[in-house]
Design a protein around this ligand. Sequence first.
Ligand SMILES: Cc1cc2nc3c(=O)[nH]c(=O)nc-3n(C[C@H](O)[C@H](O)[C@H](O)COP(=O)(O)OP(=O)(O)OC[C@H]3O[C@@H](n4cnc5c(N)ncnc54)[C@H](O)[C@@H]3O)c2cc1C
Length: 215
Amino acid sequence: MVVGADGPTSRVASSLGFPKNRDSYPAVTGQAEGDFEPIMEMHFGSLAPGAYAWVLPKAQGANVGVGCAPRLSDGKVTEYYDIFLKQRDLTVKGRPVGKLVPSNGPIRRTASETALLVGDAAGHVMAVNGGGVPIAMICGRLAGQAAAAHVRHGTSLKEYEREWRRQVAKPLHTALNTKRLATLFLGGRRRLEWSMGVVGARRMGKMIRCRPVFP
Ligand SMILES: Cc1cc2nc3c(=O)[nH]c(=O)nc-3n(C[C@H](O)[C@H](O)[C@H](O)COP(=O)(O)OP(=O)(O)OC[C@H]3O[C@@H](n4cnc5c(N)ncnc54)[C@H](O)[C@@H]3O)c2cc1C
């Protein structure tokens, strides 16, 4: 059997005929030097069309980065990254690292008779904020257990699909619905400012934390 844990453009998925991740967007990150207030920053709007730029303070320095939706962007993600560093006056050594971030929720089918997909390969990413590590860890454990049960006892790999959907499909779909709502707001500066005013701080907080926005 094969476990496809090979990221957003999974070769395992494409070679075995699984559905593809759609609407993936590029994101890059680097480590900034200096002292930072212990406050996480998320910047929306023209700095990072369709996504966001971030400053995530750490014990020393900060993790900084930018993501952007290709269909709303005029340039490459690295160009937006350079502009963000300049505007925010950040000093980063070295080249940024990055890859694609799946942003359309989990793919329709993640297990066959002989293979399963997990992590970015399966679209196990919170679409609204691009976070994939916690879900990949939960599903990675389930994938390992399913692979062992399949090899030892012949258990169907479809059990894996049932189990991860039982455990994490709901938050993944809430995040996807919230992202779709947010995309309506992120179209331009005026619309963004108006929408943020209407949505308000409380609902913005819910959106970022992937909780249902209404009621
Ligand atoms: C800039 C950026 C910042 C992010 N920040 C966060 C964050 O703060 N929090 C969070 O939760 N998530 C974050 N994410 C998302 C997170 O990185 C991914 O969701 C997570 O790494 C998915 O893990 P994975 O193991 O499924 O895939 P990956 O991390 O992509 O790992 C796949 C591995 O497979 C290997 N591989 C691929 N093809 C082959 C092949 N043919 N042969 C051999 N090896 C292969 C790759 O080299 C890679 O090592 C961020 C993503 C980006 C791009």
